[in-house]
Write a protein of this length. Sequence first.
Length: 260
Amino acid sequence: MAEVRVLKEPTPRELETLARDLGKRPVLIAGICEAEYRGRAESRAGPALRLAICKPDGTFLLHNALEKREPTNWNPAPSRQSLEVRDDLVVLRSRRLDVKEEVIVYFHRVLLACSLPKEGARSERSVFSLFRSEEDMKRLIWRNPDVIEPGFQPVREEVECRAGIADVVGYDADGRLVVLELKRARAGVDAASQLRRYVEAFREERGEEVRGILVAPSITDGCRRLLEKYGLEWRRLEPEATDRDGKGDGQRTLTDYLGD
C-alpha cells in the first residue's frame, strides 16, 4: 500500500512537496483561505476555514469546513490543479480545460494537508451509483413507487399541459394528483420554477388539488427556498448501487469515493 502523506500546519515551502501529487493522487488541504472565481462571471469569497479537495481526474471542490453541504466553489473534470507559493501565501489554482473558467484559492494559513494513495481504491468489484438518464429514474419509480412515498401510484409519463410536458403524473394515498419533475443530477431554481408552472397548469385545467414533487439526488439552497415558497416538495432519489455489469452489489465504500 502506498504511503499516506500528512502535513500538520506545514510551512508554504513544505506544502510545495504535495504539488507533484496533484492530478495523480487525492490531495486535501484545509486552512484559512479566500477564494476567487473567474469565468462567465466573477465572484470572491472572504476569509474562512475551508477544505479543498483535488481528485486525480481533475475534479476540484472547495467546502466551508463549518457549515453547508454544497461547495463554495468547484470545477468538474477535465480540470487541472496547480500550487505555488507567493511569499507566505499558498495559492491553489484549478483551471478548467474545456472552458475558460478557474478557481483560485489563497491560503493564509494551512492547518492540515494530505495526499492519499489511489492504489486499491477501485477494485474489480467496486460499485458506482449513477442515473444515466431520467429514463432510469422513471423505471425505478414504476418498479418501486414507494421511493416517492408510501401509497404513491404513477399513472402516466410525459403528460402534456399548457406549461409543457410533465415527467410523471400519479396519485398519492389520499387520491390527490401528484406531478413529478425528475432531475438526474443536482437541481437548481429552474427546476423549482418549472415544477411550479406544471402544478399551476394542472390545477387550472383539472380544477382539483395538485401536489408537486421535485425528484433529484440533491438540490441547491436556492431551489429549497423556492420549493418552500411555492408549497412544493422534494424527494431525494439516489441511484441504486450497481456494479459494472449492471447488477446490484451493495453499498459504496469510503475507498470507492476516494477513487472517484
